[in-house]
Design a protein around this ligand. Structure first.
Ligand code: ADP
Ligand code: MG
Ligand code: MG
Length: 869
């Protein structure tokens, strides 16, 4: 098939084939934006080349040559014309953007002869020789693998000799000198002369871009971002425009909205008289794009209006690369911009309010997992007031607050992080090679570079706290130390970094979780409106409940009552109940626990008011409450008036080989009916007290681990009779419901029988997964990683629902349950309740709600809305 497409032939929907950059260059061409002419070689051609032992076929060769001819016609330039010289860029571009991960070559086509033509044609020899030396440098690096620093060292050498500070002060003769040295270096490294034939240069560059798909940093990036390895990269060949042709020229990068805060308005940086990566490389300090409004007002107006047009067209914030050549504006790239989670919410909400997207589209724009990052911590205010500022001139590139130990290279950072340390990476600037160190860091700090530098872009993408351009830091990577005025910090010293303000402090500072902003609230409210699933939280402590209530959950889906039994005075009574064999003692213990539990439930109702609350009756096996260790044993023996031997004997009686499959859940209530009666009594008495104070609560009482219909009917009868007595005694009425967990596989198969007896079901996906796989939840950690790394399991079924097994069982149960009780409310209360992929499944099978830990509630709400759309 066709392997090369002119920019006139493609469009934005062809990302797969043309890569993101190519598809968007074609789309912008279609929209009539000023785009230098060019064509794209497909990702398929790349994969064919890579799988065919790095050879391309005759057809591709012919297509490339034909498109070059076409390009020459379209531009009126040619590779050999002395007056209208064609130079091109060769740019990689995969389906998903991989910033800086693959390679670009500029000014391709120059050689010893054409550089002279360019000099005469433009009447600007300085510019022409600058272009040529850039070509040799980029080509040598990308095609022949000559390390960039070898070229840069030579350049520094020449600058030093000539007494020149800035590249922009170099004269034609200086660049000629550099070119001669570069060519020597090239020869010395490759044992060949720098290729003079433009076509030969072109083919070499295309092959190198194809091959860059498999370079180390691209592979690491793909792994980190779950990008498949078999997509390949497209190659874009594009007529050059020259931002380095004088002071009426320049190049820049801009976002249509602020990538860290989401604030509307063009935000970006540019450099006058510069080319390509100069802006992001941090060699010169760029100016804010808003300065262009003064420097080149017409260009600025044109830029702003075209940028807005692009944003409206793509319905999303754009990240744009542009170049100005002699006061003529060109767009070189656009893509949906990477942004912080905070900015993502702000932008989505603003786009809705500006009428550009719908609420549904806004909800779809947010990656649910990024919500975690929005809840970034900030430093404790009191601690901050007394903290010592090391520097406060850094740029706040990516928000957050983090403390850790300083390391100056990625490898060391990685090593120390793996050893469990919190690390902070300090670099003059980062490059794609540092990626391994960046991902493990709590924060990243650079002394150079701007808001669009590599460090800033990557950190925002990862949600990692980052401060860049901290000019007061003199970072010495070689000697692993940083000097701030007369102060020196060395490797391993502790600092704290505020990525929201751009400040570095000495030492460690405690953090507090962030509170959410307006845009967050608005978007989450839309998500709730849209979502068909309710989202509840699993919580029992007052702190957790209060924290979770900030996210407006639809109630509590799971109160684990056993968590209330571990405070010393309660544990003591619980132990008395379990260990004593006298009915009198047992009753006394339960009476005490009853009083505690009434208070517990009242406190929960108080927080939740009339929102639904599911309370699960006692679930764990008794052994979890028993003493272990000598001191504990002695203490309990004393409390219980037993000898150590008697105590040991009783514990032995209670010991189980496999407690998680043993005497637990509703099985306890079959043996000890008074236990659940005490708990429901507390639930109802607390509800009565609430009613007296004017709050109507409707408790949902949940029986765990049911596998047989008889278990449910017996226990239900028992507890309902008890509740009726209490209500009669109090001459009052409380509405309550009784339901059961579905967590034993057998319960799923008899869900039709159970649902005749139950007001609601809640899937306990942790136990259900455990029993469906026969994987012990507490031991699976030891081997599950082997299953994952050998691809025996595609993912951990305790984290994402196994649709084929556990999911099938869920489907069967839902279908059967609704056959006999069409209105039964069905939810989920395991870990999977907070996992976006699993939530999509739960929406599909028609559940009513999911319940998850408080911090995951917003993630679940978004995922629930997205799975409804
Ligand atoms: P990346 O994918 O790393 O961003 P690009 O292919 O976008 O790499 O190229 C990097 C930079 O090179 C661009 O931002 C632009 O400044 C410059 N560049 C690429 N093609 C051209 C061109 N045809 N004319 C002028 N500059 C170009
Ligand atoms: Mg680019
Ligand atoms: Mg369970």
């Amino acid at each position: 098939g066709k392997q090369v497409y002119s920019f006139h032939e493609g469009n934005q929907d062809m990302r797969e084939l043309l890569g993101g950059k190519g598809a968007n260059l074609a789309e912008m061409t279609r929209l009539g934006l000023p785009i230098p002419a060019g064509f794209t070689i497909t990702t398929e051609a790349c994969m064919a080349y890579l799988t065919n032992h790095k050879k391309w076929d005759a057809e591709l060769q012919a297509e490339i040559d034909q498109h070059i001819e076409q390009l020459e016609n379209e531009t009126g330039k040619s590779f050999n014309s002395p007056h209208h010289l064609l130079l091109v860029s060769v740019r990689s571009g995969a389906k998903q953007s991989m910033p800086g991960m693959m390679d670009t070559i500029l000014n391709l086509g120059l050689n010893d002869k054409t550089v002279e033509s360019l000099a005469t044609e433009t009447n600007n020899p300085t510019f022409a020789y600058d272009c040529y030396r850039r070509l040799i440098q980029m080509y040598g690096n990308v095609v022949n693998g000559i390390p960039s620093y070898l070229f840069e060292d030579e350049l520094s050498q020449v600058k030093k000799q000539q007494g020149i500070q800035n590249d922009t002060d170099m004269k034609a003769s200086d660049w000629q000198l550099v070119i001669a040295i570069y060519k020597d270096l090239y020869h010395q490294q490759t044992e060949r002369d720098f290729p003079q034939n433009p076509k030969e240069q072109l083919y070499g560059a295309i092959e190198a871009v194809f091959s860059s798909w498999n370079n180390e940093r691209a592979k690491v990036y793909r792994q980190l971002n779950n990008i498949p390895n078999d997509l390949g990269t497209a190659v874009n060949i594009q007529e050059m425009v020259y931002g380095n042709s004088g002071n009426q020229s320049g190049t820049g990068v801009a976002f249509t909205r602020h990538p860290a805060t989401g604030k509307p308005g063009i935000f970006g940086e540019y450099l006058i008289n510069a080319q390509g990566e100069d802006v992001v490389a941090g060699i010169r300090t760029p100016k804010p794009v808003s300065d262009l409004a003064q420097a080149m007002p017409e260009i600025y107006q044109q830029f702003v209006s075209l940028a807005e047009k692009l944003e409206k067209h793509y319905k999303d914030m754009q990240d744009i690369e542009f170049t100005i050549e002699n006061e003529k504006l060109f767009f070189l790239q656009t893509r949906n911009g990477k942004r912080t989670a905070k900015a993502a919410f702000q932008i989505a909400v603003d786009l809705v309010e500006e009428g550009i997207i719908s609420k549904e589209e806004a909800v779809m724009q947010i990656e649910p997992k990024s919500v975690d990052k929005l809840l970034h911590p900030s430093f404790d205010q009191e601690a901050i007031d007394s903290a010592e500022i090391l520097t406060n001139v850094g740029l706040p590139a990516s928000p957050g607050a983090a403390s850790g130990r300083i390391y100056f290279d990625a490898e060391m950072a990685k090593e120390r992080a793996e050893a469990g340390e919190k690390v902070i990476l300090f670099r003059q600037e980062t490059s794609p090679e540092d990626i391994n160190g960046m991902v493990v860091s709590e924060a990243i700090v650079t002394s150079r570079g701007g808001m669009t530098s590599h460090a800033a872009v990557v950190a925002r993408g990862m949600g990692c706290c980052c401060v860049v351009g901290c000019q007061e830091l003199d970072i010495d990577e070689k000697n692993k130390q940083v000097t701030i005025f007369d102060e020196v910090l060395i490797e391993g010293d502790e600092v704290s970094v505020d990525g929201t303000k751009g400040v570095i402090y000495r030492g460690k500072i405690p953090t507090v979780p962030s509170t959410s902003d307006d845009a967050f609230q608005k978007l989450m409210a839309w998500a709730k409106e849209i979502s068909r699933l309710d989202v509840r939280m699993n919580a029992e402590t007052i702190n957790d409940i209060r924290m979770g209530l900030n996210f407006n959950p639809d109630g509590i889906g799971l109160v684990r009552t056993e968590h209330m039994f571990f405070a010393p005075e309660r544990l003591r009574e619980m132990r008395r109940f379990i260990l004593s064999q006298h009915a009198y003692d047992q009753k006394a213990a339960l009476d005490k626990i009853l009083r505690y539990q009434i208070e517990d439930f009242k406190a929960i109702y108080q927080e939740m008011q009339s929102h639904p609350v599911v309370i699960r009756l006692l679930d764990p096996p008794f052994h979890e409450f028993l003493p272990a260790g000598n001191r504990d044993m002695q203490m309990v023996a004393n409390q219980m008036n037993l000898t150590i031997n008697q105590l040991q004997a009783r514990i032995e009686e209670l010991t189980e080989v496999n407690p998680m499959l043993g005497h637990r859940g509703c099985r306890l209530a079959i043996s000890y009916p008074d236990l659940y009666k005490m708990q429901v009594e507390a639930i109802i008495r607390a509800a009565i007290k609430m009613k007296q104070s004017g709050v109507r609560v409707k408790p949902e009482i949940m029986i765990p681990l049911v596998g047989m219909k008889e278990e449910l009917t017996r226990i239900k009868e028992d507890i309902m009779a008890h509740i009726e007595n209490i209500l009669i005694e109090n001459k009052t009425y409380i509405a309550y419901s009784v339901g059961t967990m579905l967590e034993v596989p057998r319960a799923c198969f008899i869900a039709d029988e159970l649902s005749e007896q139950a007001d609601f079901f809640s899937f306990g996906t942790n136990d259900l997964t455990q029993m469906v796989y026969g994987f012990s939840r507490d031991d699976a950690g030891k081997f599950i990683n082997h299953y994952l790394s050998q691809n025996i399991l595609p993912f951990d079924p305790f984290q994402t629902i196994d649709r084929d097994g556990v999911g099938e069982l869920v489907k069967i149960a839902v279908k059967k349950a609704r056959q006999t009780n069409p209105n039964i409310k069905i939810g989920v209360c395991g870990e999977l309740g907070g996992d976006p992929d699993s939530i999509a499944f739960f929406t599909e099978v028609g559940l009513d709600y999911v319940s998850c830990s408080p911090f995951r509630v917003p993630v679940a709400q978004l995922a629930a809305a997205q799975s409804t759309i």
